[in-house]
Design a protein around this ligand. Structure first.
Ligand code: SAM
Ligand code: SF4
Ligand code: SF4
Length: 378
């Protein structure tokens, strides 16, 4: 594993924050970070491997046949993931998203989903359990994922034109198979399906309107994501970012759109609906989302923690270091109470708001060493 790709400190030697309070004290004070943000979402990366080589995420030149992926023994087992998830839920997490790498490449992922689906919140409600996938294996797996207890899927798809899509995934994967996967997911009830399109200027902006046209009236929620400067390998440049405002302008040239309310606190997308003749939201036509991670930072209510494939807890997509929870499980043998005290203390000390600071700072002055998107998940 190259040090420049996984810029992490080894937290077996670095101190974890001391537990801030006793269980009783913790129950009396809401778990908020230093900017008063609660812990609500947990994104769990279940593999650092992928069968695609999207240039904005795992460029071929870096993720080649010599690339050192994590050895199996370093991955959290399903039991370890479920145990950590259970403790996160006790601390307030209500939504879990499985990601990667490509999560459907993790062997027997359905077994993990079953275990996570059996967790419930302290008041007995089910968790919101979802997964982000490139869709390549979705047609084959949608039914078993649903049967295991998955509620919804988000599928990444960067264009409808086959040549553009094959170029963007850089492994010559046909768009037809992903579209079949999306249909299958809808058919088995893994909806509402969301589709994420990363827009890279000069690469796929001509696909914006065809994608919107394709998914209008389909029940799929299409979301346009600004190309982000995650990781250290994608050679990100600001001039390749197409601002969401521009995406909206292109859509408004075709359709009349109405702004919709945020559906939940911490929701990353600005929602826009297609309007009917009276200017009201035409719910049959549906809605789109704009995720403006670069031009309009949403750190203010970012309530997401991330758990990497090898069990490190990250407080931000752009973090350069994570907290080694696997060490607490495996070497320190902590019980649930001790784990919760550690996670609680880590969250209370959280200061991260990378995108907000980036938008206020001169270009290129952010942290130089960042974790890769394929390692931590989106
Ligand atoms: N392999 C799965 C997939 O592609 O859906 C899950 C992991 S992928 C890292 C999660 C999401 O991150 C995808 O929707 C992907 O498009 C997005 N992503 C990856 N690199 C990105 C970048 N540089 N900017 C914006 N989004 C990115
Ligand atoms: Fe793989 Fe997803 Fe990254 Fe593309 S975005 S390379 S599909 S992990
Ligand atoms: Fe959250 Fe970090 Fe993204 Fe801000 S930059 S929204 S803190 S993940």
């Amino acid at each position: 594993m190259s040090e420049s790709v996984y810029p992490l400190i080894d937290l077996r030697t670095a101190a974890l924050p001391m537990p801030a309070a006793t269980p009783a004290e913790r129950l009396r004070t809401a778990l908020l970070d230093t900017h008063a943000r609660p812990l609500h979402d947990l994104r769990i990366s279940v593999t650092d491997r992928c069968n695609f080589r999207c240039s904005y995420c795992m460029p071929k030149e870096v993720f080649d046949k010599n690339y050192a992926y994590l050895p199996h023994k370093d991955l959290l087992s399903f039991e370890e993931i479920t145990r950590l998830a259970k403790n996160f839920v006790s601390l307030g997490v209500r939504k879990i998203r499985l990601t990667g790498g490509e999560p459907l490449l993790r062997k027997n992922i359905e077994v993990l989903i079953e275990q996570l689906a059996s967790l419930s919140t302290p008041d007995g409600s089910p968790l919101d359990l979802t997964l982000t996938t490139n869709g390549s294996l979705l047609e084959r797996k949608a039914q078993s994922l649903k049967d295991a207890g998955l509620q919804r899927v988000t599928v990444s798809l960067d264009g409808l034109d086959d040549a553009v899509f094959r170029r963007m995934n850089d492994v010559d994967f046909p768009v037809h198979d992903v579209l079949k996967g999306i249909e299958r997911a809808q058919h088995v009830g893994l909806g509402p399906v969301k589709v994420n399109m990363v827009v890279k200027k000069g690469t796929n902006e001509q696909e914006i309107v065809p994608m919107a046209r394709h998914f209008r009236h389909s029940g799929v929620r299409l979301r346009f994501i600004e190309y982000m400067d995650v990781g250290a390998t994608n050679g990100w440049r600001m001039d390749e970012v197409l601002p969401s405002a521009e995406v909206l302008r292109l859509l408004q040239q075709q359709w009349s759109m109405v702004a919709l309310e945020h559906s939940a606190v911490g929701e990353t997308a600005q929602r826009w609906g297609y309007a009917d003749a009276a200017g009201q939201h035409d719910t049959h036509a549906g809605e789109i989302g704009l995720i403006s991670s670069v031009t309009q930072a949403f750190c203010g209510d970012c309530n997401r923690a991330r758990l990497s494939t090898e069990g490190r807890m990250y407080l931000c997509l752009f973090a350069g270091q994570g907290y080694d929870l696997r060490h607490l499980l495996r070497e320190q043998g902590m019980d649930d109470e001790q784990l919760q005290a550690q996670i609680d203390a880590i969250w209370r000390l959280r200061t991260d708001r990378y995108s907000q600071l980036r938008s206020q700072a001169p270009a290129g002055t952010g942290p130089a060493r960042r974790v890769e998107m394929s390692y931590i998940g989106g």
